[in-house]
Design a protein around this ligand. Structure first.
Ligand code: PMP
Length: 452
C-alpha cells in the first residue's frame, strides 16, 4: 500500500499505471483525504476551501448521506426489475421540482449516460438523427456524447465533427458576435440555429433535436441573454425536433434564484438531464421527459441499466434533494452567490486584467484578459495556481482557458466568500503590468475597449 504522505510514490504510480490523458489539476497537485462541507483536508491535515467542486452539492461527507448509504447497504441493493419504494419516492421528489408536463424519469449512472439516453429518446421520437448544439459544449465521454461535445471532438486529436451534428455559436454576449449593448442579441444568437437546421434537413440526417448546457460551462461560464433558449426551442420544435436541457452543472438550486437554469430563460425543454450533484459523489444520472417521448421510446426493446436506479442510488439521490430543501441551500446559493458577485464586481473595477465577471448564484466566472483585450490564458493559469498555493481551490474554463470558474458546494458561508475575494485581490495584485483601472462611464470593462 502507498502511505497517503508518500505523494511522490502516488504520482509515480499514476504515471506508471494510468493513461497519460488522465489530467491532474494544478502545477503542484493536491492530495485530498478528508472532506467536510466545503472544506477539504490534505495528507497533512491542512485545510483547503473547496470553491470548485459541484459534485458535493450538499457538502463533502454529509452525515445524512452517510446514514442512508450505510443503512441501504446493510439491507440490500438491487435493480429496477424489483419493486422498491425508494425508486418511486425519488421520482416523485424530482418531478415535484419540474413543470407538471414532465412525468417520466429514467435513472442511469452518469451525466454521460443520461445524455446518451437523451439522444436515443430524441431519435426514437422524431425518427431523425441530426443534432444542433452550441460550440464548445460538453456532454460526456462516450462515442455519441463526444460527438455532440465540440469541446472534445474539435480539439487536435479529436474525432472531428460528425455529419449528423451541426454547431451554432455559443450565446456569449461578452466575446461573441452580438454584445451586451445590442438589445436584440438573444434573437440574433437564436437565429443562427436556422441555417444549422437547414443543413441537417438537406444532408438527409433530419432534425432529432437540440442539446445545450443551459448555461454553457466549459464554454466559459456563459449566461445566455434572456430569451435565447425559448427562441431556439421554438425553431427546433417548428422543425420537428426535441429540446434537451443539460442541467448537469446548473441544476438543483445552484443558481439561487432558480432550481434549474431553463427557468431563468423562461424556456420549456422536452428532456432534462441531471448528473454530478444529484448523487453528491455517488454515481448517478437522471433523465426526465414527457409521457409522449417516453412512449415513443417504449418500442418493444427493454430499457435496463444494472446500476441505474439501484435502491442505493435512489435513496441517496432523494436524500440529496431533501437536504437542499431542509437546509435552505438554494437560498444560501442565492445569498452567498450575491455576495461573491458584489465583491467580484469591485475587483473587476479595480483590475484591468479582469475583463468580465458573470454568473448566477454559485455558478460564477471571471474572465481574465491581456492588455489588448485578448484572452488572458497565462494570467488565468497563474491566478488559479496561486489561489491553490493559498489553499483555495478554483478552476478555469473557456475555449482559451482564461475564465476562472467558481462553483463551490452550496454550503459555503460568508467568511469563505470573504476569504476568496481577499485572496483573489492579493493574487491579482501580483499579476505584472496591470495598473488599477482608470474610471470611465462604462458599467464594466469591455474587451478591447479604448478607455478601459
Ligand atoms: N454534461 C455536462 C454539462 C457536464 O459538465 C458533464 C461532466 N463534466 C457531463 C455532462 C458528463 O457527466 P459525467 O462525467 O457524469 O458522465
Amino acid at each position: 500500500f502507498y502511505r497517503p504522505t508518500d505523494k511522490q510514490a502516488i504520482l509515480q504510480g499514476r504515471h506508471d499505471h494510468f493513461g497519460g490523458n488522465l489530467s491532474l489539476t494544478y502545477d503542484d497537485p493536491v492530495m485530498l483525504v478528508r472532506g467536510w462541507k466545503h472544506h477539504l483536508f490534505d495528507e497533512w491535515g491542512r485545510p483547503y476551501l473547496d470553491a470548485y467542486n459541484n459534485v458535493p452539492h450538499v457538502g463533502h461527507a454529509h452525515p445524512r448521506i452517510q446514514v442512508v448509504a450505510a443503512d441501504q447497504l446493510k439491507r440490500m441493493n438491487s435493480n429496477t426489475r424489483y419493486l422498491h419504494p425508494a425508486q418511486t419516492a425519488f421520482a416523485d421528489k424530482i418531478l415535484s421540482k419540474l413543470p407538471d408536463y414532465f412525468e417520466v424519469c429514467f435513472f442511469v449512472n452518469s451525466g454521460t449516460e443520461a445524455n446518451e439516453l437523451a439522444l436515443r429518446l430524441a431519435r426514437a421520437h422524431t425518427g431523425a438523427k441530426g443534432i444542433v448544439t452550441p460550440d464548445h459544449g460538453y456532454h460526456g465521454n462516450t462515442n455519441a456524447a463526444v460527438a455532440i461535445s465540440a469541446y472534445k471532438f474539435n480539439k487536435p486529436g479529436g474525432i472531428g465533427q460528425a455529419d449528423w451534428v451541426e454547431l451554432v455559436e455559443v450565446a456569449d454576449d461578452y466575446r461573441g458576435s452580438f454584445k451586451r449593448d445590442d438589445p436584440d442579441r438573444a434573437q440574433k444568437f437564436a437565429d443562427l440555429v436556422d441555417p444549422a437546421i437547414a443543413v441537417l434537413q438537406d444532408n438527409g440526417q433530419g432534425l432529432a433535436g437540440f442539446i445545450a448546457e443551459t448555461f454553457p460551462s466549459v464554454g466559459g461560464q456563459i449566461i445566455p441573454p434572456k430569451g435565447y433558449l425559448p427562441a431556439v426551442y421554438d425553431k427546433i420544435r417548428a422543425a420537428g425536433g426535441v429540446c434537451i436541457a443539460d442541467e448537469v452543472q446548473t441544476g438543483l438550486g445552484r443558481l439561487g434564484d432558480h432550481y434549474f437554469g431553463f427557468e431563468h430563460q423562461g424556456a420549456l425543454p422536452d428532456i432534462v438531464v441531471m448528473g454530478k450533484p444529484i448523487g453528491n459523489g455517488h454515481p448517478l444520472g437522471v433523465l426526465v421527459t414527457t409521457k409522449a417521448i417516453a412512449d415513443s421510446f417504449n418500442n418493444g426493446i427493454e430499457f435496463f441499466s444494472t446500476f441505474g436506479g439501484s435502491t442505493l442510488s435512489c435513496r441517496i439521490g432523494k436524500e440529496v434533494l431533501d437536504i437542499v430543501d431542509d437546509e435552505g441551500l438554494q437560498d444560501n446559493a442565492r445569498v452567498m452567490g450575491g455576495q461573491l458577485m458584489d465583491g467580484l464586481r469591485q475587483i473587476e473595477a479595480d483590475f484591468t486584467c479582469v475583463g468580465d465577471v458573470r454568473g448566477m448564484g454559485l455558478f460564477l466566472g471571471v474572465e481574465l484578459i491581456n492588455p489588448d483585450g485578448s484572452e488572458g490564458t497565462e494570467i488565468c493559469s497563474y491566478v488559479k495556481n496561486r489561489m491553490r498555493d493559498h489553499r483555495i481551490l478554483i478552476g478555469s474554463e473557456g475555449p482559451k482557458d482564461n475564465i476562472l470558474k467558481i462553483r463551490p458546494p452550496l454550503t459555503i458561508e460568508a467568511e469563505d466568500v470573504d476569504m476568496i475575494l481577499w485572496t483573489l485581490r492579493e493574487v491579482l495584485s501580483e499579476v505584472g503590468g496591470f495598473a488599477p483601472a482608470p474610471t470611465c462611464d462604462h458599467d464594466h470593462h469591455h474587451a478591447g475597449c479604448g478607455c478601459c
